[in-house]
Design a protein around this ligand. Structure first.
Ligand SMILES: [Zn+2]
Length: 120
């Protein structure tokens, strides 16, 4: 896989329901995490793929030392992958990792690649 393939695969994340964005839209920001967790339960029951987000308290300083990005942990879940044999139903990825792939030619892990390839 080329570096470009890895960048391209990251676009598949956008096909997942963004629970954090949905929770924000629902209003009361004080319990955005509780709303996000209940959305997660709803999506899990319906077997629909989603992205769950946890913003972290620190900035990620990238390997080039040129950039600082707000770090976030994403938990990506796909209850019904396109390839039924696939056992990777859930992976984690951080905003810092995404930055390294998009900006500095880093590659995704094998598990992340398999997961992202199998999003319908
Ligand atoms: Zn950078």
């Amino acid at each position: 896989m080329s570096e470009q393939d890895h960048r391209h695969l990251l676009g598949n994340i956008d096909r997942l329901a963004d629970l954090y964005a949905m929770a924000k839209l629902r209003g009361d920001t004080s319990d955005i995490y509780a709303v996000q967790d209940s959305l997660r339960d709803e999506h899990a029951q319906k077997n629909t793929p989603y992205k769950w987000t946890m913003p972290l308290r620190h900035l990620y300083k990238c390997r080039s030392k040129e950039h600082m990005v707000p770090e976030r942990l994403y938990r990506l879940c796909n209850p019904q992958p396109h390839d039924a044999q696939l056992n990777v139903h859930e992976v984690e990825i951080r905003e810092g990792e995404i930055h390294e792939v998009l900006e500095h030619g880093a590659t995704l892990s094998d598990e992340q690649v398999r997961f992202l390839r199998n999003i319908r």
